[in-house]
Design a protein around this ligand. Structure first.
Ligand SMILES: [Zn+2]
Length: 221
């Protein structure tokens, strides 16, 4: 019996160390613990790099749900007066850029109509299935809404606040409703967390003009 045990221990030791050495149960335990710790460490490092890679690709499957903190306002960066459909957004984001999900949960059309792009509920957390990929590094805790437009009619390089009267009205209702549902939410423009001009207007100034409370404005903690 004792011999069998020693034999098995030696087999284990050989498997781990590559050399046939005599080993007792205690050393085997430590060896297994050590090997386990190394494997865990390697898995963690792998997961970390996978997460970075997926973030870059716009895939968020490794993000766990977190609290909804920001409502980020975008424009489609398309010429003034030209309509953009849900299918256009899907074509640009899912097909051309290869993202796993589009960049916005809702779109506000030229006539002020609101169209849903990504399912979500009204609670205070962003679940993995509610994520939209609107702003790198902010997708795990933000909701993204976009209005159609955002550039000059004849020059898409020139950013412009092209919101129609109806879009103004819808975006205002949208923002106020989000604040009503989520009293601590911060409303910001995409340009406050990136170098882009999106959404083509100063969101803070606009929010003040429609009497939004200071606690709901800007990127503060
Ligand atoms: Zn944007």
């Amino acid at each position: 019996m004792e011999n069998t045990k020693t034999f098995l221990l030696n087999i284990f030791a050989y498997a781990f160390t590559g050399s046939y050495i005599a080993m007792d149960l205690e050393s085997l335990k430590s060896l297994l613990l050590f090997a386990g710790a190394i494997i865990l460490l390697i898995l963690q490092i792998r997961l970390y790099f996978l997460k970075i890679k997926n973030e870059k690709k716009g895939k968020n499957k490794n993000l766990i749900m977190s609290k909804l903190k920001y409502l980020i306002i975008h424009c489609t960066a398309t010429p003034e007066g030209r309509e953009v459909t849900k299918e256009d957004i899907e074509q640009w984001h899912l097909v051309e850029r290869g993202w796993s999900r589009v960049g916005y949960r809702d779109i506000i059309h030229l006539n002020g109509g609101l169209e849903n792009l990504i399912d979500y509920n009204q609670d205070d957390t962003i679940d993995p299935w509610e994520i939209s990929n609107g702003a790198h590094g902010f997708n795990g805790n933000s909701a993204h809404v976009v209005y159609v437009g955002g550039t000059e009619k004849n020059d898409i390089k020139k950013s412009k606040d092209t919101r129609t009267f109806e879009q103004h009205r819808s975006l205002q209702l949208y923002v106020l409703f989000m604040i009503l549902r989520h009293p601590n939410i911060k409303v910001i423009g995409h340009n406050e967390v990136s170098k882009k001009d999106c959404p083509g207007f100063n969101v803070g100034e606009w929010l003040r003009s429609i009497c939004v409370d200071e606690i709901n404005i800007g990127l503060k903690k």
